[in-house]
Design a binder for this molecule. Sequence first.
Ligand code: DX5
Ligand code: ZN
Length: 214
Amino acid sequence: MKIAPSVLSLDYSQFPKQVEEMNASGASYIHYDVMDGHFVPNLTFGPDILKAFCKSSDLVKDVHLMVSDPVFFADVFIDAGADIVTFHYEALSSADDCKNLAKHIHERGKKAGISIKPGTDVQVLKPLLNDFDLFLIMSVEPGFGGQKFMDNALAKIHTLRSWLDETNPSAEVEVDGGINGETGKLCKEAGADVLVAGSYVFKHDIKEAVQSLL
Ligand code: DX5
Ligand code: ZN
């Protein structure tokens, strides 16, 4: 299991201390939530803060774009140091547009991820299984940390993992929203490879929380 602390919940008044603790916690990715105030009703950070994480951490920079124009912002965050760029299926108008953006991200030497919101059927991902390195299932409505896990994510994780085992076994299934000790275990049993956790990690002892999810 890989753990991706969501730095949406990091205490920015304690940036160096918390980043140091995260680096030593056993986490694999830094999950960086980009919100544009349009695709979701919240605003977060731009590329400069990502550069600060790149300077202070060797963990993989897992950028989750909750933006209406991922075609524009993919390059902005690749230039700032993203290793994985995940965008939303719902932000583009067709599977072909999703494939084209994945291709572009790959041409820039980065991993490509695709995400679906809780109300989106997992079937939409079926034509895209060979085009992405990471599939991000949202288990809350994107926009805010600290929400309750929606358990319709579990069946999606299970379905996706079995499809990928057939056709693209090295691709990862990541789950995001409401992850804690209990829901993390359910996701693991359903076949998740990466758990994103924001409030659970940063509102507790960072290392203990990460270790409890492994
Ligand atoms: C929600 C974000 C999540 C969020 C998860 O829109 O994509 O990454 O930070 O936060 P928790 O773990 O608090 O639900
Ligand atoms: Zn996220």
